[in-house]
Design a protein around this ligand. Structure first.
Ligand code: PFF
Ligand code: NA
Length: 460
């Protein structure tokens, strides 16, 4: 067996890492998904449960992933392999790295298509298609877009090409630099929209909705959704944070940077809520409409609000920026893997990953646009129609992410030598012990309970 060289590239600074990890975490999950699942699950009480999940389970797993990356110093699969070996643990533990890396890649195959929706909405907004439009027109714009192979193909291809370009340029000149430019831009745009929304919308109703918990609105299923989303939103169990950990300098505190990333991601999710819900309530729209919240509900307000064309355009530009920096983070680990395994250069590796990604994204595109293709759309038990996208989305979010999170928790809590984890985390013993309790007992138990519930509600 040849010995792989350990990754020697490092983040430029601690701040640069926090920015990049936050940019990876902040994406469609914060702006598209969080507001609509909050809307569907009754607001305030859901937010509280979500916060508990982020800090009691998400942060410990995030710490575990950064630790695996930094100690392993390779792309996720190899990093876990190195660490299992070094710990004298069974070699099957390396599956933690391979599985999470695979999950991230599969998520990216549909993530880039949803990002393409937002991309195409920039042009629809800017050309004034929403101006004065009513429910029926907006519904039509939405179904025409998701039904158009050429449109989805165009925008998905552009997004993937841009991702390949940035990652191909290398770590410092591509990824790190892109994030340094795009992330602040995204935050500024979001802040502007939130301020404007507070002016023209019903800010009080939004705050009430988001921060006044009404536990009668919360179901057990809502709790499950909150946990699953805690993983998704922090980009856990998808190889991303293990990969980013591999570039982390030895002296950076993993515990405190993890806290920062979680706080920043949560802040953006709440800010997105404060940008969207004042508009929703101010324009007498309903918050619980599901995935169409920003693609169908929100445009109804853009249609009539002052400067609506501009606000809509800025909103979707901001969304694409957020999604793009997440897409970059997801492809990084497969690129690093190809470089390590086959000694490709960054460009070759990025192009190869991009090509595979593009091909697999066709599955999602045709799931929407090729509804008449029976190969991709099945009727199970003659009831609901599912397509490949539903299956991929369901399996990654509800099966792969919890399983991957469980693997990370068990791997770092039980399989890796305690001496190594203590060495990596340093700091106060009480904090180390708290973390260890979380990854050994709390997180696995919570994940298993929730996972079993989810299995119970799988319905095809
Ligand atoms: N954290 C991203 C978001 O909230 O949009 C989603 C995500 C990115 C999940 C990257 C998984 C991943 F590998
Ligand atoms: Na997120």
């Amino acid at each position: 067996m040849t010995t792989r060289t350990a990754i020697s590239t490092r983040w430029h600074s601690r701040f640069s890492f926090i920015l990049a990890a936050t940019a990876a975490a902040v994406g469609l999950g914060n702006i598209w998904k969080f507001p609509y699942i909050m809307g569907e699950n009754g607001g305030g009480a859901f937010v509280l449960v979500y916060l508990v999940c982020i800090f009691a389970i998400g942060v410990p797993v995030l710490i575990g992933e950064l630790l695996i990356g930094r100690r392993g110093r390779n792309s996720p699969g190899f990093a876990a392999q190195n660490l299992a070996k070094e710990s004298g643990a069974h070699k099957s533990w390396q599956v933690t790295g391979w599985m999470t890396m695979g999950t991230g890649f599969v998520i990216l195959t549909f993530y880039s298509v949803i990002a393409a929706w937002a991309f195409s909405y920039i042009f629809k907004s800017a050309s004034g298609q929403f101006a004065g439009a009513g429910t029926i027109e907006i519904e039509e714009i939405y179904t025409n877009m998701t039904g158009s192979v050429s449109e989805l193909l165009l925008f998905t291809s552009l997004l993937i090409a841009a991702t390949v370009f940035v990652v191909g340029k290398g770590f410092k000149h591509g990824l790190e630099r892109a994030v340094r430019l795009l992330m602040p831009a995204m935050l500024i745009l979001l802040a502007i929209i939130a301020i404007y929304a507070a002016q023209i919308g019903d800010f009080g109703a939004a705050v009430n909705f988001m921060f006044r918990p009404d536990f009668s609105e919360l179901t057990i299923n809502g709790v499950l959704i909150a946990l699953g989303h805690a993983f998704f939103t922090l980009s856990l169990a998808s190889g991303v944070m293990i990969m980013y950990g591999a570039y982390l300098p030895k002296e950076t505190s993993i515990v405190s940077t993890s806290m920062w990333v979680a706080v920043a991601d949560t802040f953006v999710a709440l800010l997105a809520g404060l940008a969207i819900f004042p508009i929703v309530f101010g324009y007498a729209l309903t918050p619980g409409e599901g995935p169409g919240l920003i693609f169908q509900t929100l445009p109804l307000a853009f249609a009539t609000m002052p400067a609506g064309i501009l606000v809509a355009t800025v909103f979707f530009v901001m969304l694409v920026l957020a999604a793009f920096t997440s897409a970059i983070s997801m492809i990084e680990s497969s690129v690093a893997f190809l470089v390590e395994k086959f000694a490709l250069n960054r460009w070759q590796a990025a192009l190869t990953s991009g090509l595979v990604l593009w091909t697999l994204s066709l599955l999602t595109i045709y799931s929407f646009a090729g509804a008449e293709w029976t190969v991709l759309n099945w009727h199970f038990f003659g009831t609901e129609m599912v397509n490949i996208f539903n299956v991929i989305d369901h399996i990654t979010s509800n099966v792969m992410l919890p399983l991957g999170g469980l693997a990370v928790a068990l791997f770092t809590g039980w399989a890796i030598k305690g001496q190594f984890t203590r060495d990596e985390l340093g700091g106060h013993p009480a904090i180390y012990n708290l973390w260890r309790f979380c990854v050994r007992y709390l997180a696995p138990l919570a994940i298993i309970i929730i996972f079993m519930q989810l299995i119970g509600v799988i319905r095809f």
